[in-house]
Design a protein around this ligand. Sequence first.
Ligand code: DLL
Length: 435
Amino acid sequence: MGNYYQPEIETMPLEELQKLQSERLVEQVKHVYDNVPYYRQKMEEKGVKPGDIRGIEDLHKLPFITKDDLRDQYPYGLVAVPLSDCVRIQSTSGTTGRRVVAFYTQEDLDVWEDCCARAIMAAGGTKDDVCHVSYGYGLFTGGPGLNGGSHRVGCLTLPMSSGNTERQIQFMTDLGSTILCCTPSYAAYLGEAINERGLKDQIKLKAGIFGAEAWTEEMRQEIQKSLGIKAYDIYGLTEISGPGVSFECEEQSGMHINEDHFIAEIIDPETGEVLPEGEKGELVFTCITKKAFPLMRYRTRDICVLTREKCSCGRTHVRMRKPMGRSDDMLIVKGVNVFPSQIETVLLNNNYPPQYQIIVDRVGHFDTIEVHVEMAPEMVNDTSVTIEQRTKTLVAALKSMLGILVDVVLEEPKTITRSEGKAVRIIDKRNLYKG
Ligand code: DLL
């Protein structure tokens, strides 16, 4: 059982923290070099030996790891301990073709749950709370992470998982849930549903811990009002452990990164050059305590800014702003990671021309995704298949690739606007990254 309540670590003076990071980094580089042939090869290609890494000042010498490396080494290539020492896997919310599988030893799970416990405590959680976890359970890290963190704090934990809004509201009112953990879009929906039923005065919620997707300050205000709570942001990604890589404190002004476990850098996504504090760039993480799946300099593709400005909560760990976009074209729709290239693959496999547009929007609190695609001229001439049948086939193929329902609109040949430069394939009307 880990020790989640570590104010001395969360408020450690910067110099001491960096010393701790350096010690852990040196050990971790050795662990990775000795146990993962792929890393060893990558380091050797760059001419770096473990002895060259003497502290965090040498971090920049290490090679980056990207999602492509993960795919390349799927499933076991980056595991740094014997499989018999692994006790769990989790996976990203994207489905077929793009799966990323992460491995955990028992110690890794303890650390991850400690990180989530810190997030719950930063939101005011104590053992007297009833923590209602409505993130999905299973391969997705949201449910298991917050569930474990809630246990560590000693909260009465409700492993609700997502969906079934009636049951969510019933448990919330009957059992007096005080902390809600779910995606911000589901929180907004629950708020609306509770108010529509006139049940707001029967809920006892005081705080919410919301993440896994981008959300704006406006959305925070709306959720806080409709549920009568304080809404805290939480960030994380499966590759690095899951939720709890960083979390907001009572200041609600950026998320403190658990720096005793993860070293954060901001790089220029084009050149890979490390940028100074305060500059906007791609967020990169190095895991310094994980044993089974210890990614080094992992490029998250999330665009972000870090700040070491003093925080009134007393925590000294660096804060990241809400992510401001992505350096790749990944979309998070209905809580699921979607790459336009997956959609393109389905269209081409079904003999459609590569002329398409993806329109993502939010209606009420629900994401919608529409794919407009041109039919090939021969499809129009072939009257043996109706447009309805074609649409149905494509919807099914996209569902099987992405795991979510996509609306398909078939267009006449040569009707989608051609672009003179880069094609505008994605129109995301949600404006999620302005916050
Ligand atoms: O979404 C882990 C998680 C679960 C975080 C529950 C918070 C709460 P993945 O499915 O691997 O893991 O997706 C990771 O989601 O790279 C970001 O682009 C995005 N993301 C996660 N949290 C936030 C947030 C989980 N608070 C990807 N704000 C990341 C904006 C977020 N984007």
